[in-house]
Design a protein around this ligand. Structure first.
Ligand code: COA
Length: 558
């Protein structure tokens, strides 16, 4: 029996469990996330230290956990803990892959005490390396309070806000969204008004930190609100108390959720203690907007959403007591569906989709694929080439011919951003819903390599182990239902991409060769495209060209 415990999570104390991601009987992989925990300024997933079958879950949503808290017992593990990126406290404790800001704001090279320039840098963020900035929360000219959040950074399994080490006016910002930061990366230069409270190492609160404790919101657990022990988790309410700027009070995960839905948190009313915005508040806001009662700022770059927001003016969602008509059962949507559903709805409602159907004669290509796989099998080589991998390669050729299909609209919809890279997403069916892993630089890879990577990414997706980075950056997406069945379908564009190709099951059809009907293997193609960017003739030329390439892959070489 293995005990799966909370690893070293830096200064986090009594952090709330907001999600339990596994249940008894589940087979978990080493490194698979077991629970999500969250404080005011950071959220993270806690991974399993080893592979095994979960026997008993020892925590529930709402519990407060600390380093060493027993999460679950498991058996049958292969004892293969994830490569520890830092000290592993005990055998059964997972590597602190998601260790979070262990230090509070650290003033870097403060000049002149209460005046002069202060360089603010990223504090000790534990094992995080090259973490991406997803939000810059201040701009030049802003007055920031010591400890006010300057940035939100996000890795595969955690997101957190980086606080300012000092109060002052932002003179220069040294980072932008998309930059990767590490401990010590410069963030900004402030015209100083005073240094931040001493970092957590200090045993007693400094005079500056005292007022912080005084205004700590009631909902923050004592251990977390104590500035001397956990400044990184300082309650954001301080910010509102010390500056004119009102920053919506919401955890990083709620911010992320809102961002994915295109919701401006400034417009959402928080129902939590001290007006903290919860995920339910964001959901309610979107629901109201969809029902016509509200206005989101959902205009994603290049979508048709108007300033009045998507869904505004729609009739209210029908609310029915289905039990009146027969027996029912209520089943919660999976996490993936909860996140992807509103995105799909936004994309479907705000992009003018047209779907072009076509057929590709893949008779020779399928013969070649089969013979290639037979040759691999004879050599006892586990490689296997798939039709999807050939189609990806053919798509690159077509995307090069029709660059607009490999583009995105910019923020105001006035320009096309033509991508010179060919990162192809593919929809993968998982027990929890659809995810879209991305194969990077398909133009530079061989078909066997693409097939191998597709299989590996799909397997990771099905095991729930795919990080956000593996699902980002696609310039075009393919949704293949070829292994399932059906003829044609109308896939929804994965914004901000402008087209998606659906593949259905290939089948033999009689084709007239001028003298007689020949049985030919036909692959149905369904290209949904954004009609603002691609016109009908261009789409038909794209699928025609793609079908030609698939009927004779030598064209890829032209
Ligand atoms: N026509 C006929 N057969 C096909 C085919 C096609 N277009 N595409 C695949 N197949 C066959 C394969 O050859 C394989 O048969 P084999 O085992 O005899 O070789 C079988 O169907 C299963 O293929 P699959 O496992 O689906 O592999 P893949 O490489 O084609 O696809 C994924 C990989 C990840 C895309 C796929 O497994 C998946 O998840 N598809 C669902 C995507 C989805 O839900 N899209 C809907 C979005 S709205």
């Amino acid at each position: 029996m293995i005990e799966l415990k909370v690893p070293d999570i830096g200064d986090f104390k009594d952090v709330e469990v907001i999600e339990v991601l596994v249940k008894p009987g589940d087979t978990v992989a080493a490194d698979q996330s077991l629970i999500t925990i969250e404080s005011d300024k950071a959220s993270m997933e806690i991974p399993s230290s080893t592979a095994g079958v979960i026997k008993e879950i020892k925590v529930k949503v709402g519990d407060k956990i600390n380093q060493g808290t027993l999460i679950a017992t498991a058996e049958g593990g292969d004892a293969k803990a994830p490569a520890p990126a830092a000290a592993v406290p005990s055998e059964a404790t997972p590597a602190p892959e998601v260790a979070v800001a262990s230090a509070g704001p650290t003033p870097v090279a403060p000049v002149g005490g209460r005046g002069g320039s202060i360089e603010v840098a990223v504090p000790d963020i534990g094992d995080f390396k090259d973490v991406e900035i997803i939000e810059v929360l201040v701009k030049v000219g802003d007055t920031v309070a010591a400890d006010q959040s300057l940035l939100t950074i996000e890795s595969d399994k955690a997101s957190m806000e980086i606080p300012s080490s000092a109060a002052g006016v932002v003179k220069e910002l040294k980072v932008k969204v998309g930059d990767k930061v590490n401990k010590g990366s410069p963030i900004a230069t402030l015209e100083g008004q005073g240094a931040a409270p001493a970092p957590q190492a200090a045993s007693a609160p400094s005079p500056e930190s005292a007022p912080k404790a005084a205004v700590a919101p009631a909902d923050v657990p004592a251990a977390v609100s104590a500035p001397a022990s956990a400044p990184a988790l300082a309650p954001p309410a301080i910010v509102a108390a010390t500056t004119d700027q009102t920053i919506p009070h919401a955890s990083p995960s709620v911010r992320k959720f809102a961002r994915e839905l295109g919701v401006d948190l400034n417009r959402v009313k928080g129902s939590g203690a001290k007006d903290r915005i919860t995920q339910e508040d964001v959901q309610a806001f979107v629901k109201a907007a969809l029902a016509g009662g509200g206005a989101t700022t959902a205009a994603s770059p290049g979508t048709m959403a108007t300033s009045s927001g998507f869904g505004a003016g729609w009739p209210a969602w029908p609310s029915l007591d289905f039990a009146k008509f027969g027996a029912t059962e209520t089943v919660a949507l999976s996490r993936i569906k909860k996140i992807s559903g509103p995105n799909l709805a936004r994309n479907w409602a705000s992009i003018p989709h047209v779907t072009q159907f076509d057929e590709a004669d893949i008779t020779e290509l399928e013969d070649f694929r089969k013979s290639a796989n037979e040759a691999y099998a004879k050599k006892k080589d586990p490689a296997k080439v798939t039709m999807l991998a050939f189609v990806m390669k053919a798509c690159v050729s077509a995307l090069k011919q029709f660059p607009a299909v490999n583009s995105s609209l910019d923020g105001d919809g006035a320009n096309l951003i033509l991508k010179k890279y060919y990162h192809l997403g593919f929809a993968a069916d998982t027990p929890n819903g659809l995810v879209v892993p991305v194969i990077r630089d398909v133009d530079q890879k061989g078909v066997a390599e693409i097939a191998k990577e597709t299989a590996e990414l799909a397997a990771q997706a099905r095991a729930g182990k795919l990080g956000p980075a593996a699902m980002q950056g696609a310039s075009f997406t393919i949704s293949s239902l070829g292994g399932v069945g059906g003829t044609f379908f109308t896939p929804i564009i994965n914004a901000p991409e402008v087209a998606i190709l659906g593949l259905s099951k290939s089948d033999f059809k009689p084709k007239w060769d001028g003298k007689t009907f020949e049985p030919r293997l036909i692959l149905p193609l369904s290209l949904s495209y954004d009609h603002r960017v691609i016109d009908g003739a261009q789409a038909a030329r794209f699928t025609t060209y793609l079908a030609e390439v698939l009927s004779d892959m030598r064209r890829v070489l032209l």
